[in-house]
Design a protein around this ligand. Sequence first.
Ligand code: NZQ
Ligand code: ZN
Length: 382
Amino acid sequence: MQGNFKYHNPTKLYFGEESLKYLKDELENFGERVLLNYGSGSVKRNGIYDEVVAILREGGKTLIENPGVMSNPTLEKLHEGVRIARENKVDWILALGGGSVCDYSKGVAASVFFDGDYWQEFWLDGNQPAKEQQVLPVGCILTMAGTGSEMNGGCVITDAAKSFKTGHVFDSRLMPKFAILNPRYTMTVPIEQMKAGIYDIMNHIFEQYFSDFDDNTSDYISEGLMRSLIVASREAVKDPQNYEARSNIMWTATWALNTLIKCGKSEDWMVHMIGHSLGAWTHAPHGYCLAACSMAYYRRAMEYGRPKFERFARNVWGVNTAEEGLEALKNWMLEIGLPLTITEIGATPEMIDDIVSTTVIFPAGYLDLKPGDIKQILKESL
Ligand code: NZQ
Ligand code: ZN
């Protein structure tokens, strides 16, 4: 293992079809006034909202509701949430939804007690809340698998006015105190969102796997997660109501980005950086943005990281060469119906310069990219 690291993940998980029953016990750990954040209506249509609200009311909580957290939450919505939380003096936040609602809740939780421009401080300057600054506790009831937000400190916000999407990884104070994961909840997720979530999971693993050449336990764990995801995704696409497949996808999503598989790794988040910029300009689902630029990116990375790509070919796909490994990845993406070009997600050649200009670039993995390289990757992805 390379480097020195601390491993500490404070999120308590409840998993399975009966996991919501533990919400009642958790309520004892938090104050009376809860800010309930949720999205644009799915939780009302599928009945999860009613179940959760009944438990909160029975537990004597006062609910302050903040609906309408959109997919890829905006800075404007963040301001609204902070205002609501301040005006109502909430004690804690419950996120009910997918990664967007969970991310957003952390953003509000971090900002409520920050006296100043929290967007500049946390997202643009990348600082953590000061030790003496209070943050609100966040709980999460997850309804969609993909981001890993239920067990990490990530919080991605879009400044829609500037078409700029950027994330901040908060320290462990902002990681959910608990997360309830019921795979049944994910069964009403639209099929396109399910596929986007599946590729998001795969790409989180890639971002932590395709770096370094040492023999590292983290990479073996990653390979196991990838293999499980490949099997489960094929089943879920054939039969979205397959509980075994959906539960494996949900559990894989959590472990793909909950701080475990990055241990001892240098990491490479550039597909995500390009994907975030694509998302800000096209508004396509996050996982689709990643899929659409991945093949061009990994063809380039393979030239510099060949031994790792050969290992990927052998240990994940059971083929021999690096090229065959990427071909197997492409075929899997085609098989489950993911976009392989940025044209499919609505990007045009005219948008490329703008997308490049809002892509955050840093040296990562096997590549040290310049804006011209990002432009070339995007052109090859058309
Ligand atoms: O808004 P509602 O009506 O709830 O509909 C949502 C939304 O339209 C719907 N949905 C969720 N659960 C459902 C459901 N529909 C029916 N039944 C259910 N059970 O699905 C749509 C997408 O939801 P969203 O939360 O936006 O998806 P996802 O979980 O993929 O989250 C995407 C956001 O997370 C960020 C992304 O950038 C994006 O902003 N990320 C967060 C990360 C992190 N915290 O570490 C890392 C990721 O790389 C990612 O960047
Ligand atoms: Zn992602």
